[in-house]
Design a protein around this ligand. Structure first.
Ligand SMILES: *[C@@H]1O[C@H](CO)[C@@H](O)[C@H](O)[C@H]1NC(C)=O
Ligand SMILES: *[C@@H]1O[C@H](CO)[C@@H](O)[C@H](O)[C@H]1NC(C)=O
Ligand SMILES: *[C@@H]1O[C@H](CO)[C@@H](O)[C@H](O)[C@H]1NC(C)=O
Ligand SMILES: *[C@@H]1O[C@H](CO)[C@@H](O)[C@H](O)[C@H]1NC(C)=O
Ligand SMILES: *[C@@H]1O[C@H](CO)[C@@H](O)[C@H](O)[C@H]1NC(C)=O
Length: 412
């Protein structure tokens, strides 16, 4: 038995924790926009009024999301990351937005976003301070949950910096989960619990899935190919541990989509999009929707790729083989279909041909006796009905990805 077959078999036998966080949310991976990777902690609005973290930025992104097809494509959440609050809590001990940069307050911003049929996400930290040094939620979980609910917030990203002792991570994330539940408002809960626990211990993914709707495992994404491949390699090398936890209601979060910025070539952008779809990852973009190149936009809005990401079965894909500079990833889809991604990891030379022999796939049963093959990336092509012994030559550019789906055809 080849290693790839063994891995596939093992994964199919692994029992998946069945109980997600019981808030009825994130039944498919969250889709939206988050300011961090592109705008970071830019608070100098005098110098850079258009690129600083203030209410206009989020209102403008909400406008673009509705007007430029993002909302129709499924992107729903407009999310604030670190650096939104004032340095001090108010007299009642509540978090308050920075008065100069968010003069209207978060509640007004939530109303603005809701009026467009979108949702608002906010950020806090499970420790004493956020990563950028703003007030954290430790010791204030109930108050902060109530504040966010009062404001009409729809998603909370809770970071994990500045926790006095890592043993408080599990308790803190659970306490905030309970506090959110007690507000009675449906708030998607995005955690970083495993990311901060990995240096000390193997996180308990059953408990994490019980507590959070999505959770970060690995470090922050940067606008670079090495960052994207670092995240993919981390996911593949931990797939036995993390994939069983993913499913409707709870997802592994490999961090933001950085397509449409500066660091990725078009092929690399296709790879990030395809592999985030394979991993059933939240599709949270961080880019400037006011100024994004049409090709990146079209890729981010590609309905076929998004359909793979949002597949209702909710199984996360895995890397099943890696050879000759190619990687093969598989993701089982609903209605007995399969998505396959072929990634060309070779960073020299030109396009290379990957001979896809359906009979030798770890999941060869999908094409036994025949299947209907559709290529989604790098461009949409119907490859038609194939049988077990068909050999398809997929051409893949260096650092690019071919994404295809297989639909089994029953014997008549
Ligand atoms: C709170 O938890 C209960 C029990 O798990 C669940 O039935 C309810 O829907 C939750 N409410 C919210 C707002 O998440
Ligand atoms: C962290 O907490 C654990 C368990 O309560 C304790 O044993 C350990 O000494 C603490 N570590 C530090 C650095 O305080
Ligand atoms: C979590 O809540 C429990 C019960 O209220 C409390 O004893 C504990 O200190 C809290 N832990 C943290 C880290 O907030
Ligand atoms: C992991 O968490 C689950 C759910 O909270 C619990 O039942 C289980 O005992 C925990 N496993 C370990 C190894 O602590
Ligand atoms: C194969 O899939 C394509 C795209 O979904 C569809 O148009 C075509 O009818 C399918 N062919 C068969 C034989 O099912």
């Amino acid at each position: 038995m080849s290693q790839a077959v063994a891995v596939a078999l093992l994964l199919s036998l692994t029992v998946r924790p069945s109980r997600p966080l019981d808030n009825g949310l994130a039944l498919t991976p969250t889709m939206g926009w988050l300011h961090w990777e592109r705008f970071m902690c830019n608070v100098d609005c005098a110098l850079e009024p258009d690129n600083c973290v203030r209410e206009e930025l989020f209102m403008q992104m909400a406008d673009r999301m509705v007007e430029d097809g993002w909302k129709d494509a499924g992107y729903e959440f407009v999310c604030i990351d670190d650096c939104w609050p004032a340095r001090q809590r108010d007299a009642q001990g509540r978090l308050q937005a920075d008065p100069a940069r968010f003069p209207s307050g978060i509640k007004k911003l939530a109303n603005y976003v809701h009026a467009k049929g979108l949702k608002l996400g906010i950020y806090s930290d499970v420790g004493t301070r956020t990563c950028a040094g703003y007030p954290g939620s430790l010791g204030h979980f109930e108050t902060d949950a109530e504040t966010f609910a009062d404001w009409g917030v729809d998603l909370l990203k809770l970071d994990g910096c500045n926790v006095p002792n890592w043993t408080l991570l599990a308790e803190g994330y659970k306490n905030m989960s309970k506090a959110l539940n007690q507000t009675g408002r449906g708030i998607v809960y995005s955690c970083e619990w495993p990311l901060y626990e990995w240096p000390y211990t193997q996180p308990n993914y059953t408990a994490i899935r019980d507590t959070c709707n999505q959770w970060r495992n690995s470090g922050d994404v940067y606008d670079s190919w090495s960052s994207v491949t670092g995240i993919l390699d981390w996911a593949a090398s931990h797939q036995k541990t993390i994939t069983p936890a993913a499913g409707p209601g709870g997802w592994n979060d490999p961090d933001m989509l950085v397509l449409g910025n500066f660091g990725l070539s078009y092929d690399q952008q296709q790879t990030q999009m395809a592999l985030w779809a394979m991993m059933a990852a939240p599709l949270i973009m961080s880019n400037d929707l006011r100024n994004i190149c049409p090709r990146s936009r079209e890729l981010l809005q590609n309905p076929h790729v998004i359909a793979v990401n949002q597949d209702p079965l909710g199984r996360q894909g895995v890397r099943v083989a890696s050879a000759a500079g190619f990687e093969l990833w598989e993701r089982p889809l609903s209605r007995d279909r399969l998505a396959l991604a072929v990634l060309n990891r070779q960073e020299i030379g030109g396009p290379r041909l990957f001979p896809l022999v359906l009979a030798t796939l770890p999941s060869s049963s999908y094409c036994d006796p025949r299947c209907n093959v559709t290529q989604i990336l790098p461009e949409y092509r119907e490859l038609g009905v194939q049988d077990l012994f068909s050999k398809l030559l997929l051409q893949v550019n260096p650092t690019g990805t071919a994404l295809i789906t297989l639909t089994p055809l029953k014997k008549h």
